[in-house]
Design a protein around this ligand. Sequence first.
Ligand SMILES: [Zn+2]
Length: 185
Amino acid sequence: MMVTTHAAMGAALSALLLPLSPELAGVAALAAFCGGVFPDLDLLVGEHRRTLHYPDYYTLLAFGLAGVALLRPVAATVAVAAFVASAAVHSVADAFGGGLAPRPWVRDDHRGVYCRLRGRWVHPRHWVRWDGAPEDLALGGALALVCIAAFDGPVRWLVVLTLPVSATYTAVRKRLPEWAPWLLE
Ligand SMILES: [Zn+2]
């Protein structure tokens, strides 16, 4: 899945907090947007979908942090919990996308996301066939609409910005292995 889809997913899930506290839901959405981006920074350093992807530990940590945020619901605790929860959702969601190879539509790669508890790669499920597939754009777009309807201010504008980025990436994704192989290495 595209990093923009992950970011919108985290922010959209934060809308569930709106009935409890609109103010804290806004803080959570902003933090969750960033937490949705964070794991993919391992495209820049380390091994992609392994160095900063923790489907197991982020999830365990997120439950603990959510407990802390429930006991003491202030901006800082809610933001930290939302950031980690969104990074957890991102890491788990990567297992439902395509493999890591430059042409994931060929399905020639068994690496979805690395799970440290099991000490091995989780196989990609291909529900979203590859990052930048039409269904990825549709999912990201739908999640962005949820955010645009639910939030105003910086969250809304950040999410609006993901739309042209996702559309452009989707349009060029299948050309990337020839046009910019360095980007996928
Ligand atoms: Zn990822």
